[in-house]
Design a protein around this ligand. Structure first.
Ligand code: NAD
Ligand code: 89Y
Length: 336
């Protein structure tokens, strides 16, 4: 049994605790939070007796194999570094570092320690996204030449995650990072990128709209567009996708409808994610992907496989985030 210690008992960690409860071959045996109320609430809810207010002490004393880091960004570097020093595998929430330099240092430290680092980049694990990836890899539209990966919403994310309203960076760093990662998973690495951003909601500090144009090395041109200022039939937290290829087109439409047109034939599939017993709409899509990425992490450890969203892989996603901010700031076209 893989023994997991979870650090950070906040808003999103509940999903991670639920996911671990479903994962075969792994179990959360210790939890940590600096906030005593959050620690007590999580411990009571999931029946975890080993509770720590200090992560380094948990890593020393709790007999763990893995730490699952569910804290916010500023603590990620010191916590993963501490895991490397303690000889523990780690899963770290996105964004896994504040700068690319920090991210490279984290990856190097975990590689030197010979431990596995997965970034909790779960959006590409959503079952509708898996269905699109599978169709594309099976050649459903032939060779793709255009893609649009789109997330537009007016959902109030600030009540659950108040730091999103006060951080200087918002949508690219928080949400766009997932959408850029999906674009990488679909179309491969990016050679050039340009971006523009806007802040529509006057009550927040960072940008809540971003439009990013990318040239992928394999020949696809893609547009990643994200907004938390879009008032319409609410689709949160669905990512919508359009792909044009030499043999046909694919659309992942609102309501998890996958439409593939190929040489005059239309195939329509419902690729809705299952509603897990502990999940709630509309978050169930994200919640299922948490369970799936954790199950893959356990399989990676068991089989000695490198996770699809390893720290090293995620450097390329983080590079897109940085490139998008640089392009939006000075109007340049950037090589990530
Ligand atoms: P939160 O502020 O609600 O919770 C973070 C918790 O970590 C707090 O309880 C805080 O006390 C604790 N903490 C911070 N530093 C600590 C430290 N050094 N030691 C011990 N405890 C510490 O934050 P959240 O909204 O749950 O977000 C956590 C992370 O999850 C963020 O990186 C966020 O981007 C990410 N997130 C991911 C998804 C996803 O789908 N992947 C969705 C939402 C949030
Ligand atoms: O923090 C974000 C994430 O990772 O997924 C959705 C979210 O909770 C709000 O944008």
């Amino acid at each position: 049994m893989i023994k997991v210690g979870l650090i950070g008992c906040g808003f999103f960690a509940v999903n991670q605790m639920q996911g671990w409860a479903d994962a075969e071959g792994a179990q959360v045996t210790a939890i940590c939070d600096r906030d005593p109320d959050r620690l007590a609430a999580m411990g009571a809810r999931f029946g975890i007796a080993q509770r720590f207010d200090d992560a380094a002490r948990m890593m020393r004393e709790a007999d763990l194999d893995v730490v699952d880091i569910a804290t916010t960004l500023p603590s990620h570097r010191p916590l993963v570094m501490a895991a490397a020093e303690a000889g523990l595998h780690a899963i770290c929430q996105k964004p896994f570092a504040e700068t690319l330099e920090d991210a490279r240092a984290i990856v190097a430290a975990m590689e030197r320690a010979g431990r596995v680092l997965m970034v909790h980049e779960n959006f590409r694990w959503q079952s509708p996204i898996r269905a699109v990836l599978a169709a594309l890899r099976e050649g459903a539209v032939g060779r793709p030449f255009f893609g649009r990966v789109s997330f537009r919403s007016g959902y109030d994310v600030f009540s659950g995650q108040p730091y999103l309203a006060t951080d200087p960076r918002f949508i690219i760093q928080d949400l766009g990072i997932h959408i850029l990662d999906i674009a990488r998973a679909l179309f491969g690495e990016v050679e050039r990128l340009s971006a523009s951003t806007a802040r529509i909601n006057p009550a927040i500090r960072g940008e809540d709209v971003a439009t990013i144009l990318m040239d992928h090395a394999g020949g696809v041109t893609s547009v990643v567009d994200c907004s938390y200022a879009t008032r319409r039939d609410e689709t949160f937290p669905q990512t919508l996708i359009e792909i044009d290829g030499t043999e046909g087109t694919l659309r992942l439409e609102a309501g998890y409808r996958l439409v593939i047109d190929r040489r005059g034939d239309r195939q329509v599939r419902d690729v809705s994610p299952p509603l897990l017993p502990w999940a709630e709409r509309p978050w169930h899509n994200i919640q299922e992907s948490v369970a799936l990425i954790q199950q893959d992490f356990v399989a990676c450890l068991r089989e000695g496989r490198v996770p699809e969203t390893s720290g090293r892989d995620n450097l390329a996603t983080l590079a897109l985030v940085e490139a998008a901010y640089a392009s939006a700031r000075d109007g340049s076209r950037v090589r990530p």
